[in-house]
Design a protein around this ligand. Structure first.
Ligand SMILES: [Zn+2]
Ligand SMILES: [Zn+2]
Length: 387
């Protein structure tokens, strides 16, 4: 992109973001705002401005309106001194947050809506019907390309399914109240789940990591469902735990194997059929992985991270991170698409299809005049520019 095209492109996106931030009531006021650290990134600049603090929402909105940042973040942590260097902030606790990212789910639909942008010349090609083994740029023969994915309905459904599975763990296994669990669309291709139950605020990274391990079903013991090891290698015997198989992972596995606390013979057959204790354990690990919550472990264990702020725009898409009322009926490409419709002339790098604000766009010409919310989405994805 030439320098002037880059300037014009950045300025078109910034102007659409400004329109959004100048509308009142878009940003959700963070709890205990004065104890949080804030940060933001600027259009066309590297790095994040961090360690900021605001006394109230008015101050924060004032800064956002002045700077029009590309992305705005707030800590999940509470600090005595949010603006001090990390070691001197005096950590007081942190909200528990989970991240479910569509791209981590490796859904089979992804290649059908993934555009490839050559790392050398920028040539962008439409999704191939099948995933190719090796990329070769049609323009320069370059071998490296960046994947640009426009999530489809199936991707969103897949992520929603994972959100529901996580909520089932949080309420069913951990006894959290539904009213303490807040689901947000991330603004791109996933969901953030914020927990406001005070019991979790003091947890250190180790305790959060143990929690993630439980939710993901890692290290589940065969003994917990009654399969115990004998002295020799693959020998085993069945003795169900005294507390039964009625709760949590034990119930999940028991349901899957269709056993209960009286199924000694049935479980013996199952384990024998697998080939003994060790192969059963391998199978159990796989079962647990399939049934566990698919969350990003690093996000949840980091107690000093800054997270995209609710109500702000995501510069990877121009969509907003917003709270989902009813998850089933929530439609990110309509409900989180909140930019205006002023026409913007863009050059599109490859023919592209997408649906925003319940309108379908099938753009096959190189030059197009598009509503700002479509133009910004394509620019943020790297599929268009202002010429
Ligand atoms: Zn190329
Ligand atoms: Zn998809």
């Amino acid at each position: 992109m030439t320098e002037s095209a880059l300037d014009k492109t950045v300025s078109a996106v910034r102007s659409a973001f400004r329109g959004y931030y100048f509308k009142p009531g878009m940003i959700e006021t963070p709890e205990k705002i004065e104890q949080r650290e804030f940060g933001y990134t600027q259009f066309g600049q590297q790095g994040m401005t961090r360690h900021l603090s605001f006394k109230n929402i008015k101050e924060l909105i004032g800064t956002i309106m002045k700077e029009i940042p590309s992305d705005i973040y707030s800590s999940n942590a509470y600090y005595r001194f949010p603006t001090y260097p990390m070691q001197e902030k005096q950590w007081l606790g942190a909200d528990l947050i989970f991240d479910i990212d569509g791209k981590d789910l490796h859904l089979p639909c992804v290649p059908s809506h993934t555009y490839l942008a050559c790392a050398i010349c920028g040539h962008t090609s439409s999704p191939a019907p099948e995933e190719k083994q090796e990329y070769s740029c049609p323009a320069c023969r370059g071998k490296k390309a960046a994947n640009i994915s426009i999530p489809c309905g199936k991707c969103i459904e897949g992520s929603k399914k994972e959100v529901k599975r996580l909520i089932e763990f949080l309420t069913g296994d951990l006894g959290m109240q539904q009213s303490d669990i807040h689901v947000y669309f991330s603004g791109n291709n996933g969901f953030h789940i914020h927990v406001t139950d005070d019991a979790y605020v003091p947890l250190d990274p180790q305790a959060r990591s143990d929690l993630v391990g439980y939710l993901a079903g890692t290290g589940l013991m065969a003994e917990s469902v009654g399969v115990r090891k004998n002295n020799s290698e693959n020998q085993f015997f069945i003795k169900f735990p005294k507390s039964g198989l009625a709760y949590g992972w034990r119930r999940r596995i028991a349901d899957k194997l269709r056993i209960d606390s009286s199924s000694i013979i049935k479980l013996t057959h199952i384990v024998e059929h697998k080939g003994g204790y060790t192969p059963f354990k391998v199978d159990l690990d796989k079962m647990a992985r399939d049934m566990g919550a698919r969350i990003d472990p690093q996000v949840t264990t980091d107690v000093h991270r800054v997270f995209r702020m609710p109500g702000t725009l995501n510069s990877k898409s121009g969509l907003a991170k917003i709270r989902c009322g009813d998850l089933d009926s929530f439609e990110p490409f309509a409900d989180a698409c909140l930019l205006g419709g002023t026409k913007v002339a863009v050059r599109v790098k490859t023919p592209v299809k997408l649906k925003l604000k319940n309108k379908s766009f099938n753009i096959s010409k190189e030059s197009a005049e598009l509503p700002a919310y479509v133009a910004v989405y394509l620019i943020c994805k790297g599929l268009a520019q202002v010429s």
